[in-house]
Design a protein around this ligand. Structure first.
Ligand SMILES: [Zn+2]
Length: 376
């Protein structure tokens, strides 16, 4: 499929959806139009708010990878919805990749694999977490080997999760957070909250104590679609950090890692690494990149997150805190609950034509750079 000579006026606006169900329908329709092979993974643990199925959908163009004749030597794999509600952005970009013929940009021996809504519960319920309150981008680690401690989070957990969302309890918690930020700074607060924690299942950025359904499904998809390839380029779409519509390309690999160096060669010096201390993101444990550990011995994996800005960091963290309270103690069907749902949607989705045009511009450039990297 080749992109038309001039873009339809409705692009890229028409690629983006108003909710999970519409996003899924748009993705599947675009995949069918592009001639992709579709597969569906049903989440057995939860349903959509209206009772519908929650699925992760995978679209593939090109051969399965493998050393046999005709097997794909390279794979461009892009995942959306790792953080549920952030899926609006990644889903729209995935539909854009299908509509504009991204597969045709790849070398002839490469496949395009699009993983839509890897955390479908969070997307459908407008939450960053899975159905078990797990942060999927902190959950991809060997849970049998113990869990990293996050003492700084333990210090502030009670303030992040007050029992009452109004009244003196909330006021005391807010005052304690404000004092913490005054004393330690905003980035220290962000690190304490968002680095990932494994001791408070009702808290924020909880990495879980076992692999979630989404993490297991991610491993299965990686194994089925990437094992045997020589090279894999992975793009994981995120929102919530940075200036409105800006994109930070993040390599989560440790400083000096070959993948981080390759990411800089492919995508430019603007690639940031939390490990190098130059990223908007705190150092995190258990990220999606670890889903490639099982194939990394034979396959060169270059994994980056595309982190798009929406609102200010305090607004984004406050929306997460509110949503956590809502699902612990509140009623999503109440007026207050609906207001919090609007708050978290706005914190992770810049639902305007201008924002969508900005994020697609970067996504399109990065896809072309990934295609060149797979060719090199
Ligand atoms: Zn994210």
């Amino acid at each position: 499929m080749n992109p038309p000579e001039s873009w339809p006026e409705s692009w890229p606006e028409s690629w983006f959806a108003a909710d999970y169900a519409e996003a899924r329908a748009k993705f599947r329709a675009a995949a069918e139009r592009a001639g992709a092979v579709l597969e569906t993974h049903l989440n057995p643990n939860a349903r959509q708010p209206d009772g519908g199925d929650l699925t992760t959908d995978v679209a593939r163009l090109g051969p399965a990878p493998g050393p046999a004749a005709g097997g794909a030597a390279g794979v461009l794999i892009a995942s959306s919805g790792t953080h549920g509600v952030e899926g609006f952005c990644g889903s729209g970009c995935q539909v854009g990749m299908l509509e504009t013929g991204a597969f045709d940009l790849l070398p002839a021996d490469c496949a395009l694999v699009l993983v839509h809504a890897i955390n479908p519960y969070g997307f459908a319920w407008l939450r960053r977490v899975t159905e078990h309150n797990i942060d999927l981008n902190r959950n991809n680690l060997d849970h049998g080997a113990g869990h990293p401690a996050n003492e700084k989070y333990a210090e502030i957990h009670a303030w992040l999760t007050p029992r009452d969302w109004t009244g003196p309890g909330r006021e005391r918690a807010d005052a304690a957070i404000a004092a913490y930020i005054r004393e330690h700074g905003m980035f220290a607060f962000q690190e304490a909250v968002s680095g990932g924690q494994y001791d408070f299942p009702d808290g924020l950025f909880f990495g879980g104590r076992a692999l979630s359904w989404s993490a297991q499904t991610w491993r299965e998809i990686v194994d089925a679609h990437c094992r045997g390839a020589r090279r894999v380029a992975h793009l994981d779409f995120h929102t919530g950090l940075g200036g409105h519509g800006a994109c930070e390309i993040i390599s989560v690999e440790g400083a000096g890692g070959a993948g981080a160096d390759r990411a800089r060669r492919w995508y430019g010096e603007a690639v940031k690494s939390p490990e190098r201390n130059d990223s908007l993101s705190a150092v995190v444990t258990g990220s999606m990149e670890n889903g490639f550990d099982g194939i990394a011995q034979d396959t060169e994996v270059t994994s980056v997150a595309l982190e798009y800005g929406t609102q200010s960091l305090p607004e984004v963290l406050e929306a997460l805190r509110a949503d956590n309270w809502l699902h612990l103690y509140g009623d999503p069907e109440s007026d207050a609950g609906r207001a919090i749902k609007r708050q978290i949607r706005d914190a992770f989705y810049g639902d305007t034509p201008e924002w969508k045009a900005m994020i697609w511009e970067t996504a399109d450039r990065v896809v072309r750079q990934a295609a060149a990297g797979l060719a090199g």
